[in-house]
Design a protein around this ligand. Sequence first.
Ligand code: 4AD
Ligand code: MG
Length: 462
Amino acid sequence: DIQLRTLFRETEKYADQEIVVHGWVRTNRGSNKFGFIELNDGTFFKSVQVVYEAEFIDNFEEIAKVPVAAALKVKGDFVLTPNAKQPFEIKAKEVVVEADSASDYPLQKKRHSMEFLREIAHLRPRSNTFSAVFRIRSLVSYAIHKFFQENDFVYVHTPIVTGSDCEGAGEMFRITTLDMDNPPRMENDSIDYSQDFFGKETSLTVSGQLEAETFALAFRNVYTFGPTFRAENSNTARHASEFWMIEPEVAFADLSDNMDLAEAMIKYIIQYVLEHAPEEMEFFNKFMDKGLLDRLTALVNAEFARVTYTEAVELLKKSGKKFEYPVEWGIDLQTEHERYLTEEIYKKPVFVTDYPKEIKAFYMRLNDDNKTVAACDLLVPGVGEIIGGSQREERYDVLKARMDELGLDEKDYWWYMDLRRYGGVKHAGYGLGLERIIMYLTGMGNIRDVLPFPRTPKTAEF
Ligand code: 4AD
Ligand code: MG
């Protein structure tokens, strides 16, 4: 048989030929002499129109009653229809019902709300929008691997179960052995960890960075790409409890090298997706965000902006805009500030660098001013932060002093400290949120709609 993706892309080749397709019914309407079925086989988000007539098929009555979601095999003539709304159709000669469907199928041919579709996460991949979204998600993942592999990066699988809190934000999901006969006890006001991972206190990782650093100091160029977990109880359109993160880490690199790498990677991903999913990207341009294609296309040859945190705060203050959360040097930039910077001031992606050390993690390299650290966040229009990165503190004494300030025990990080003792050269890396870049590329407005099975404080149906 022929898959729809092929049919849509190599249409001319099949003109006036007899073909066989398989697919599921999206709509079925007609009269007592002929009918039209929109058939979709999942290989493309668009459907092919099947015309069936009582005169040409011998089970007309049966086919006229076929419900939405039933699976069919269709044999017929492939005909180009350049003057019709559909570019082509199949004139059926034989239609076989391969699987029937119940009549209460919830996905009917109308615009369903995103909220409704989230409640049927097991069926929504069958809709046009989610067909396009998850194909893009697959392509973006592949493009990311391709980019790093072509640049000789080693892919390292950092652990999901870990004993260290990379970001120090206390947003880790703890792992416990569920033993109902011996539930976790409180002893002297603290939890008895004997129920944990073989007696050790462990959690799901919030970032593979610390482990990636160990590999960067062995392989020079490495990256991770895996699931990440955050127990932040924030119900926003950009936060999920389980998301995927890409974290490159490079030895002998500083902050500026780090931003060059991030910029090259983002441009590579954009170009890859524009080239390999032009139809899906047209679809998002039409239905999600007009101007998306122009913006992305222009970006491939544009230079991303770079501004220090201190300059950014000045720009925001001078803007005269009344923010809900007032801008002062020292504040963590909120989504409203990030979006104003990238949407109103720069109108393109912007790296904000050198944040106050108080609002960043312990491992970031202290700048000479002793107040800021060598951090770089990439903000993009429509989404805000998609990348968080930094040059790492490679100086043992400076790192130790910072950890002391934060009350982190050196002993808990002995292996991380060792990296500073044995050839601990300068190095840098960043984390790209996979869902955030997919939102940016598609114009989808909610992280729940770019995750196949979103886990957020309120949605974890499956
Ligand atoms: O800025 P973050 O917290 O940085 C780190 O975890 C570093 N250890 C990365 C590194 O340097 N290797 O997270 C990085 C990115 C964010 O910019 C965002 O895109 C995404 O991960 N992210 C989330 N995405 C969805 N839901 C959440 N709750 C997210 N938290 C972070
Ligand atoms: Mg961040």
